[in-house]
Write a protein that binds this ligand. Structure first.
Ligand code: GLP
Length: 248
């Protein structure tokens, strides 16, 4: 170890943890950076891979790092990031940063489509659609309230599915054989109302991000219209932009 003498009473994994924490605080390691492997850290600091692994694991558990299968360990962004490039669902976003996603179904029922929902789903007003309201959590912390409307042949079967323990997108793809192709999403700043504040454990009028997303199974067929509200202090929306270049 470079920064502590060998007389230091602190265990070695702990020292490495503090060194790595310092790298993040000082900005030497930035959010999204790949950190050195266990082997590299072991060589650099003259410790075993096991010791390096223990230090990394603890920082993963603290949320400072996240692991990506087959890619390595990365420095976490301060907030939960929802990608605006790839079409992903809540479960995927939360899992990608090494947290445990969870769902509380607030309400799931068939209702006649009102004008707004019908317009977004491109169906006739009054057709029965599935309305699904969910509280979404990460590591037991409430993050978002999502209110989805779905329309497809057989959508009423979703009422009987276990939506507390399964991702909606996964169910649609795996069980219903529906291919999700693309989505459009609007993003708007706002304040939490009374109902959402209670669900998100926030004071009424807290900053929030509202999204409206229409998800399509193919170019012209919407399958889900969802209005979601994200706790503003916990969420970041990330987008990557390029100038003068074709992105396909
Ligand atoms: C996002 C979208 C919702 C969508 C959900 C699916 O959060 N805002 O419109 O329903 O992802 O997530 P999951 O597959 O975890 O149910």
């Amino acid at each position: 170890m470079h920064h502590h003498s060998h007389k230091s009473p602190l265990p070695r994994y702990y020292q490495l943890k503090e060194i790595m924490r310092e790298k993040i605080i000082s900005g030497a390691w930035k959010p999204g950076d790949l950190i050195p492997s266990e082997r590299e850290l072991g060589e650099q600091y003259g410790i075993s891979r096991m010791t390096a692994r223990q230090a990394i694991t603890e920082l993963v558990n603290e949320g400072m790092f996240y692991r990506e299968q087959g890619k390595g360990t990365f420095v976490s962004r301060h907030k939960i990031t929802q990608q605006l490039i790839r079409l992903t669902g809540f479960t995927e976003d939360i899992s990608a940063r090494g947290q445990a996603p969870a769902t509380r179904v607030l309400n799931v029922t068939m209702i006649p489509a009102d004008e707004n929902v019908a317009e977004h789903l491109r169906i006739r007003v009054g057709l029965p659609v599935l309305r699904l309201q969910r509280l979404r959590l990460a590591d037991d912390e409430p993050l978002a309230v999502e209110r989805s409307h779905l329309y497809f042949i057989g959508c009423e079967q979703l009422v009987d599915d276990d939506l507390e323990h399964q991702s909606l997108y996964r169910l649609l793809e795996a069980k219903y054989g529906i291919q999700l192709i693309q989505a459009e999403q609007e993003l708007e700043a706002g304040l939490t109302n009374e109902e959402d504040s209670k669900l998100l454990h926030l004071p009424i009028g807290s900053p929030a991000l509202y999204t409206r997303r229409t998800t399509y199974t193919n170019r012209d067929q919407p399958i889900e219209y969802a209005r979601s509200i994200y706790s503003g202090s916990k969420y970041t929306f990330y987008t990557h932009m390029m100038r003068n270049q074709l992105v396909l």
